[in-house]
Design a protein around this ligand. Structure first.
Ligand code: SAH
Length: 255
């Protein structure tokens, strides 16, 4: 068997959101490095950099030194073609639920063509609805139903281990079929969709309800290609223009 491609591991990002305890950031870095992962991104960490993080990282302080700190999860995922939220519950926001080995396979397949991410939540509150709505799938670690919440760094270790085992076991992954849109392009599409739905008076910006969350869940079930995002945005622009000209005609009639 040929040697697995180390570029695939380099393309897999671990994102920790709103981490409270710096020791967990260090322990997560150590968990990643033992399994060959290196891309660590922190979204709004409560305390970082910090000596407790360094102490828990042990020989993985290089990952902490390289870690990127982002203000928002959208920023952390801007260049990724796939983001999987790691969470013990919450099927309501994301419909696809994967086991850790299934997630590892998906991530490695996509990592051939671009960057991908696993998103972990805060120690107390987990991932928020808004954070989950930026993910296209959910990974759950099947645990004791009476006590299912792992320590954050332990959860990072489980997923990193599964990725490494999958990577060692398969030298060749199927190529992804199409040119997937990255997080930034998909977020711009959602922004356009929301504006267009307001222009078309389908969505009331004053009381939007859960419409956008539901539409995000719908699109997250599919894998949007760059070209498809462009087509959808073209349709939105055409609908907005049609509405504008209908409004103009109505105003003329009213004069
Ligand atoms: N009380 C929080 C748990 C937070 S544990 C909650 O109920 O969501 C910190 C993070 O570790 C979680 O956000 C998740 O990313 C990960 N995690 C812990 N246990 C997990 C499990 N059984 N399955 C998947 N992720 C888990």
């Amino acid at each position: 068997m040929t040697q697995p491609d180390s570029k695939l591991l380099a393309h897999i990002r671990i994102v920790l959101t709103r981490t409270s305890h710096p020791g967990n950031i260090g322990a997560a870095a150590r968990a990643m490095k033992t399994m060959g992962l290196s891309d660590l991104v922190l979204v709004e960490p409560a305390i970082f950099p910090n000596s407790q993080a360094d102490a828990m990282a042990s020989g993985a302080t290089d990952l902490l030194a390289q870690a990127r700190v982002c203000a928002t999860l959208a920023e952390a995922l801007a260049d990724t073609t796939l983001a999987l939220g790691v969470s013990a519950r919450r099927r309501d926001i994301v419909s696809e639920v994967l086991t850790p080995p299934e997630a590892a396979g998906r991530l490695l397949t996509e990592a051939q063509a671009g960057r991908v991410a696993l998103v972990f939540g805060n120690e107390t509150s987990g991932l928020s609805n808004e954070e989950l709505s930026l993910c296209q799938g959910l990974v759950t670690i099947a645990a004791n139903p009476d006590y299912s919440s792992l320590n954050l760094a332990a959860a990072v270790q489980v997923l990193s281990y599964e990725i490494r085992q999958a990577w060692l076991g398969h030298a060749a992954w199927p190529q992804p079929e199409m040119d997937a849109a990255v997080g930034e392009e998909v977020e711009r599409f959602y922004g356009h969709l929301e504006t267009a739905l307001a222009d078309l008076e389908f969505l009331n910006p004053g009381s939007p309800g859960k419409l956008m969350l539901k539409l995000r869940r719908l699109f997250a079930r599919t894998r949007l290609a760059k070209e498809e995002v462009n087509i959808l945005r073209g349709i939105l622009t055409a609908a907005q223009e049609a509405k504008q000209s209908a409004n103009r005609a109505r105003n003329r009639d009213a004069e």
